[in-house]
Design a protein around this ligand. Structure first.
Ligand SMILES: [Zn+2]
Length: 375
């Protein structure tokens, strides 16, 4: 197998994690990627996701036309933002493992994916290998609700298969399914009255919320791929006031969109119908955070990843996840996409770490996926 330029890749990782990358403040990362991708011959576009979300830049799209007729076109994706405390990371190397200095996250989530894409593609281009069309998508605002990819300009998506490099498993992990999620907020409106002087004039929204919640028969784990949770309840202002408002918030998740819709409807309808039956008014706000996806194991996107794993000597580990990511929207918008593990570990903490070997192996995998797609 072609030798990877580890020194260059590690230097690039350090360079990128040193940049500020707060969610919706990703422009420094975007600008650095623009200059690197321009040098590699990519055409680029920035979409208006940042405008929609109030950020300082959009998602970065890059495209390099293929040089081989009939090769599969491939999309690679990674997100540019990190969770707090992020940016300005000083990388500390110890026994082949990368850490931060303890004051920030390392940023392997998701800069390990970003540099793996850059280095994997660069390796391929440096040997003038045959390849199909290569599309890259570097998203904003993945952290805190997968908003950047939700707002992407989906008309720009044009690959046949997609790979989001954004999972904790080691290179070789292929995540083929993830749940969708709904969030719901239900307001139960009663009527305010003085609790001591004239309670009979009030409608007690706290008591009605309690009864309505007691009518919810299914919650928590629904089945192997479906869960729901009522997580927040707020209401009332004083012990001597009949409360006129209670707000209940919860979510529902499933890898099966039908089951997801069913449990979301069941919970929201039960609470609303019951609250009205007990004399209050109820209104529900339901937000579809993202849809589920499940890619068939014998589909092209998985086959190419498995071929690449075999070429790299990695054990392919086909699995499912419980969380949402950019892959949910890439799939929802029409490109079958799996998530690849990059070895990022203890993410979202200042104890985050990444094995150097996993960093390099992710680049090998990108390179071999492009090779497999050109066969
Ligand atoms: Zn991530």
């Amino acid at each position: 197998m072609k030798e990877l330029n580890k020194t260059r890749m590690l230097a690039e990782f350090k360079e990128i994690v040193a940049l500020p990358c707060h969610t919706l403040q990703e422009r420094p990362v975007l600008e650095l990627l623009q200059s690197k991708l321009a040098a590699m011959g990519f055409e680029m576009q920035e979409d208006d996701a940042g405008k929609q979300l109030g950020g300082n830049c959009g998602n970065l799209w890059a495209f390099l036309p293929g040089n081989k007729e009939g090769a599969t076109s491939v999309l690679f994706s990674a997100h540019m933002d990190g969770v707090e405390p992020c940016g300005g990371t000083t990388v500390v190397q110890k026994d082949g493992i990368l850490y931060s200095d303890g004051t920030t996250i390392l940023g392997g989530d998701d800069k390990s994916g970003v540099v793996a894409i850059l280095e994997g593609v660069r390796m391929l281009l440096e040997e003038n290998a045959e390849h199909g069309d290569i599309q890259l998508l570097f998203t904003i605002a993945e952290e805190g609700g997968v908003n950047g990819s939700r707002c992407m300009d989906k008309s720009l998506l044009k690959a046949e298969v997609g790979y989001a490099l954004d999972s904790e498993g080691a290179p070789g992990e292929i995540v083929v399914g993830a749940p969708g999620q709904y969030k719901y907020t239900i307001s139960i409106h009663g009527k305010k009255a003085h609790g001591g002087l004239e309670p009979e004039k009030g409608i007690n929204s706290v008591m009605i919320a309690a009864k309505a919640l007691a009518d919810v028969k299914r919650y928590g784990r629904i089945d192997e791929e479906t869960t729901c949770n009522i997580g927040i309840i707020n209401g009332g202002t004083a012990t001597n006031i009949v409360p006129d408002l209670v707000v209940i918030q919860g979510d529902a998740r499933s890898r099966n969109n039908e089951k997801l819709n069913a449990i979301k409807d069941e919970i929201v309808n039960t609470i609303c119908t019951s609250a009205e039956k007990y004399g209050a008014k109820a209104e529900a706000e339901v937000e579809n955070k993202y849809s589920s996806f499940l890619v068939e194991e014998d589909s092209k996107v998985v086959e190419l990843a498995k071929d690449a794993c075999a070429a790299c000597g990695f054990k392919a580990d086909v699995t499912l996840t419980g969380g949402g990511s950019d892959a949910n929207f890439i799939n929802a918008y029409g490109v079958p996409c799996v998530i690849l593990g990059t070895g990022m570990s203890n993410v979202h903490t200042v104890e985050e770490f990444l094995k150097e070997e996993d960093l390099y192996n992710s680049a090998y995998l990108v390179y071999e996926i492009l090779k497999a797609a050109a066969k």
